[in-house]
Design a protein around this ligand. Structure first.
Ligand SMILES: [Zn+2]
Ligand SMILES: [Zn+2]
Length: 522
């Protein structure tokens, strides 16, 4: 089919891809705050929003293009603060803590109410972590309808926006992490990512995210449609009524299991956006801000291994080790055990381990770079054997594995005594060094390497070898058998990365040739 035919078909079917420079991001319900769900944007009807393509033909430079074309709102200052506040969110987030403090100061705490409040904290927390987050935002497992409704109700009790709104924002957070299209970008600071992004109007529209799958889900439609009554029933009525009918403590149920519990659940989830991008280790990747932390996991019902989560977002786990705290993972596994959840997704362990090893190697390289290492053979002057002998007459030089070592600073520190070194000045000590007299440790090899001042022309040349043969011919005379044995022993001591192989004399000769192809001289 020709390009013209394809274009014609597009016109006929009503499909049209605008030129990239005319493209604008799709409308979405970004403007809604986390309490009052929108109905698909200010102007669009619900029907329109359902018909809207979720993932238009995005240009490859979508992020930079969008940031350039859509200027951000002016920064928040004292003079524009009042006009920029999202009042519904701000009032909810400020009155609930005040109400909780008032309630706790005026209501005695029944231990049954305390236990119920803790249990209800975990139930509503799981509604967010196992429901809004891992099930709907990430599709990391399949839940049966009863479980979907249960998580929908629990999540409503956490009063953090409808599933639709929550998951859409979270998908944008993952797709545009640490860019200005991330609705709660950690790069704007801890306060912004924790609360600020809800209290003031968004400075710019979050990046586009595909939520077409969520629009089809009947539970999400139910949640979106009845969101306001649901948050009052699940957020306040249920905790109050359970305490009232259970042990006649309606007031305690309202203030402790309702309001105070809600404040804890709010800040528990908010910590996933703030603390989880700030505190802890970059176990799998340090390119972006997410971090792994036991403390964050503790206060977020197990969402604290956020570095892992951003690397492997479709994995139903946050913590992959059995001893790490992830009650959300345990809950999902329990649901699988009783047949209410299935198809739990995990990333291949091989890929996970590659990420971990890459970070370990990066740390080791950083540590390595902080140490002083021996000079590379290419950076050392090349001495002929005669020059070495001549120089050794005036200072204590020895040959070890083809390198010329100046041992003057070590003569008195040598554990074997000064004499062992001083009597070998001007000689090759390789045989003695690797077992002829004493089989030196790796540390001794490393220390000796630091004393390198030159490379012997031709590499590892025992004093008895004639230098003339090496001077003119790259071909290396075969060493006598006992010498090869010593070389084999020496090879064991070569540190990987130390560009020097004892037995390859010809390589070393090649290394030290100058630009004219001559073997170098000092
Ligand atoms: Zn995150
Ligand atoms: Zn996530």
């Amino acid at each position: 089919m020709s390009a013209a035919e394809l274009r014609q078909r597009g016109v006929e079917s009503g499909l049209r891809t605008p030129p990239a420079d005319q493209m604008s991001p799709p409308q979405s319900d970004d403007e809604s705050n986390f309490v009052v769900p929108s109905r698909g944007g200010k102007k669009a009807t619900k029907k329109d929003s359902l018909a809207q393509p979720e993932e238009p033909d995005m240009p490859d430079d979508y992020v930079t293009r969008t940031l350039a074309r859509e200027p951000a709102l002016p920064p928040i200052e004292w003079k524009n603060l009042l006009s920029e506040i999202q009042w519904v969110s701000a009032i909810v987030l400020t009155t609930t803590p005040l109400l909780a403090i008032y309630g706790m100061c005026t209501t005695s705490l029944n231990w049954k109410t305390f236990v119920w409040a803790v249990i209800y904290y975990f139930m509503t927390g799981l509604g967010i972590t196992a429901g809004h987050h891992r099930l709907w935002a990430h599709r990391s497992y399949i839940a049966s309808k009863p479980l979907e409704y249960l998580l929908c109700l629990w999540g409503a009790g956490a009063v953090q926006g409808s599933i639709h709104w929550w998951a859409r924002g979270h998908r944008a957070h993952h797709r545009y992490t640490d860019t200005d299209l991330d609705p709660y970008g950690a790069h704007f600071g801890l306060l912004w990512s924790h609360l600020g992004w809800m209290i003031v109007k968004p400075r710019r529209k979050p990046g586009v995210a595909d939520i077409s799958d969520l629009r089809k889900n009947s539970v999400i439609k139910f949640n979106h449609k009845f969101y306001l009554p649901l948050i009052f029933i699940m957020g306040f009525a249920v905790p109050t009524l359970v305490a009232h009918f259970g042990w006649q403590d309606a007031r305690g149920g309202f203030f402790y299991a309702g309001v105070a519990r809600l404040v804890f659940v709010h800040h528990s989830t908010f910590c996933v956006n703030s603390l989880a991008h700030y505190l802890g280790e970059a176990t799998f990747d340090n390119k972006m801000t997410p971090r792994d932390s036991f403390f964050t996991a503790l206060v977020t019902v197990g969402e604290g291994y956020h570095n892992f989560h951003h690397q492997f977002p479709m994995d139903f786990r946050n913590a992959i080790q059995w001893y790490q705290y992830d009650p959300t993972k345990w809950f999902i596994q329990s649901m699988q055990a009783i047949g209410l959840a299935s198809h739990l997704k995990t990333f291949p362990d091989n890929e996970i381990q590659k990420g971990r090893i890459a970070m370990k190697l990066q740390k080791l390289h950083q540590e390595q770079a902080s140490l002083e290492w021996p000079k590379h053979s290419n950076d050392l002057p090349v001495l002929s054997y005669e020059d070495f002998k001549e120089e050794a007459a005036s200072r204590p030089l020895v040959i070890l594995h083809g390198f010329v070592l100046d041992v003057s600073g070590f003569m008195d520190s040598h554990p074997g005594g000064r004499a062992l070194l001083s009597t070998r000045t001007g000689k090759d000590i390789s045989t003695a060094f690797v077992g002829g007299v004493y089989d030196h440790s790796r540390s001794a090899h490393s220390l000796a390497a630091q004393m390198r001042v030159g490379v012997l022309d031709g590499g590892y040349i025992p004093p008895q070898c004639k230098m003339d043969a090496v001077e003119d011919t790259p071909a290396v005379p075969t060493p006598p058998k006992d010498e090869r044995d010593i070389c084999d022993v020496a090879r064991k001591y070569i540190t990987p990365g130390e560009a020097y192989v004892v037995t390859k004399r010809s390589d070393l000769i090649a290394n030290v040739r100058d630009s004219q192809g001559r073997v170098g001289k000092w």
